[in-house]
Design a protein around this ligand. Structure first.
Ligand SMILES: *Cc1c(COP(=O)(O)O)cnc(C)c1O
Length: 339
């Protein structure tokens, strides 16, 4: 039985569900993991996660397809990325097998919280790992918890995807050779000040430039950037960009389904003025259109405008959504059935 939730009025917020998954790392190994009902975690005051932010996370969603299956999208890539993030912070990685098993168990146990097909809502899945034992001298923890919480979230766009205005930030989100390419809470902690400022100034997001030269496009605080120029799909390449699974999937959809030419390369900020369409991409929204970029008062208007998403990004978004929801045939292995 589906829970008595008004799916259309859900926002992107936390709501506790019936179960969460936890696996403990102790004496050099992960245990088999279990589902628990308590949403609270009790840790020592000196846990490494509190003192030195030793924690990494993932984000994916479970949703109902056209034929009624509950599925997730390419969770093997989330497993691989979580392992990459973990290694960079000296956290013991969780195997792909354990990750997929944990996702399946926790979604199945909370299946009454998975919104129905057509609602636009989904069950957001948040896997995370943290160092839990007391550490005061700077070193990695010896004990960890791998957890997954799930929470139902509403349709990202209520009443259509409206183009947004973003600003070029004076801050950097990642240092050269830093941690920009991993999904770590620490990257978000330092983005809070610039995003609060940007919102106060009336902008939806910050666009970050490459920290070394400030001449190239990187990404926003939580989404990769994509451009359309004629028949080309162009997206920036950099060691400090987080490898978005949505962006990597869109590169394949652009080439194989829409016949676009895909360029994954360094993109100069000066090239934006020549683009036809611009968007942000990530799990939550798939694509949100950007209508305008404000670079310290210099305005770059994207030709697709401020009223609706441009035609090619619209096609890309609809094709990827169709693949996810089972109305367009998916490439082999993209849809992972839970139940
Ligand atoms: C999670 C994240 C994204 C989007 O990645 P998806 O796998 O597409 O959800 C983009 N940029 C940053 C910084 C992120 O943390």
């Amino acid at each position: 039985m589906s829970k008595n939730i008004d799916w259309s009025s859900l926002g992107f917020g936390y709501m506790p569900t019936d179960y969460r998954y936890v696996s403990y790392f102790k004496d050099g190994k992960w245990d088999e993991g279990q589902l628990v009902s308590d949403p609270n975690i009790v840790l020592n005051e000196c846990a490494c996660v509190f003192q030195y932010a030793q924690t990494v996370f993932e984000g994916l969603k479970a949703y109902t397809t056209a034929n009624g299956d509950i599925v997730t999208f390419r969770p093997d890539l989330n497993a691989a990325r979580l392992a990459d993030s973990a290694k960079r912070l000296e956290i013991p990685p969780v195997s792909e097998e354990q990750f997929l098993d944990a996702v399946k168990k926790v979604v199945e146990a909370n299946k009454d919280f998975v919104p129905p097909y057509g609602s636009g809502a989904s069950l957001y899945i948040r896997p995370y790992i943290m160092g839990t034992n007391a550490v005061i001298g700077v070193k990695p923890a010896e004990e960890y918890q791998f957890r997954i919480l799930v929470t139902p979230v509403g349709p990202y766009f209520k009443g259509g995807a409206k183009p947004i205005v973003i600003k070029v930030s004076d801050y950097d989100r990642a240092a050269p050779h830093g941690t920009g390419n991993i999904k770590a809470g620490l990257n978000y902690a330092m983005s809070l000040y610039p995003i609060v400022k940007a919102h106060e100034e009336g902008f939806s997001e910050n666009m970050y430039l490459d920290p070394a030269t400030r001449t190239k496009v990187e990404e926003t605080g939580g989404a990769n950037i994509i451009f359309i120029k004629g028949n080309k799909f162009i997206t920036p390449k950099s060691d400090s960009i987080l490898p978005s699974i949505t962006r990597r999937s869109l590169m394949i959809v652009a080439e194989k389904y829409l016949g676009l030419e895909v360029e994954h390369r360094e993109v100069l900020f000066d090239e934006i003025k020549d683009m036809d369409e611009m968007g942000l991409c990530g799990t939550a929204a798939v694509i949100s259109p950007v209508g305008r970029v404000n670079d310290h008062g210099n305005i770059i208007d994207i030709p697709s405008g401020m009223t609706e998403m441009g035609p090619t990004l619209t096609k890309l978004r609809e094709t990827l959504l169709g693949i996810q929801e089972g109305t367009v045939e998916a490439p082999e292995g993209w849809i992972y059935k839970i139940c």
